[in-house]
Design a protein around this ligand. Structure first.
Ligand code: SF4
Ligand code: F3S
Length: 124
C-alpha cells in the first residue's frame, strides 16, 4: 500500500506535505510532486496537510492506475524534496481547476525553477 499524489497538485505544489513525511518520500517535478510507493509507510499524515487535497490512499477510487503509475515512474526520475518552499505563484487560482493533467510536466524540478519561483512569489 501507498499514498499517491493526484491531479490537483499540478500547478499548485504547495509542498506542505513534505514537511510532515517521516520518511521523506516526496519527489519534485517542475509543477507537481509524487510519492515513492516503495518508501511510503502509509502513515497518512500528509493527507490533511495538502491545501489542494491532492493526496489519496491507493485504497481509494481516486488513486487510479494512471496516478499510481505516474507516481512510481517519476519518483525514480525526479529529485527528493525534504523541505517546504513557496507554492507555485498561481497556486491558489489553480487549486481545484479541472483538466490539469494536460499541463503535467515530465521535467524534474531544477535549481533554476526553484529560484525563479521563489522570486516570483516574493515579488508577486
Ligand atoms: Fe509520507 Fe506518510 Fe504521506 Fe506516505 S502517507 S507520503 S509516509 S507522510
Ligand atoms: Fe502537492 Fe499538496 Fe504537496 S499540492 S506539493 S501534494 S501539499
Amino acid at each position: 500500500m501507498t499514498y499517491v499524489v493526484t491531479e490537483n497538485c499540478i500547478k499548485c505544489k504547495y509542498t506542505d506535505c513534505v514537511e510532515v513525511c517521516p520518511v521523506d518520500c516526496f519527489y519534485e517535478g517542475a509543477n507537481m510532486l509524487v510519492i515513492h510507493p516503495d518508501e511510503c509507510i502509509d502513515c497518512g499524515v500528509c493527507v490533511p496537510e495538502c491545501p489542494a487535497e491532492a493526496i489519496v490512499s491507493d485504497t481509494e477510487p481516486a488513486a487510479t492506475d494512471q496516478w499510481l503509475e505516474l507516481n512510481r515512474t517519476y519518483a525514480d526520475l525526479w529529485p527528493n524534496i525534504i523541505a517546504r518552499k513557496p507554492a507555485l505563484p498561481d497556486a491558489d487560482a489553480q487549486n481545484g481547476r479541472q483538466g490539469k493533467l494536460d499541463e503535467f510536466s515530465t521535467e524534474p524540478a531544477t535549481q533554476n525553477d526553484i529560484d525563479t519561483k521563489h522570486e516570483e512569489s516574493v515579488s508577486g
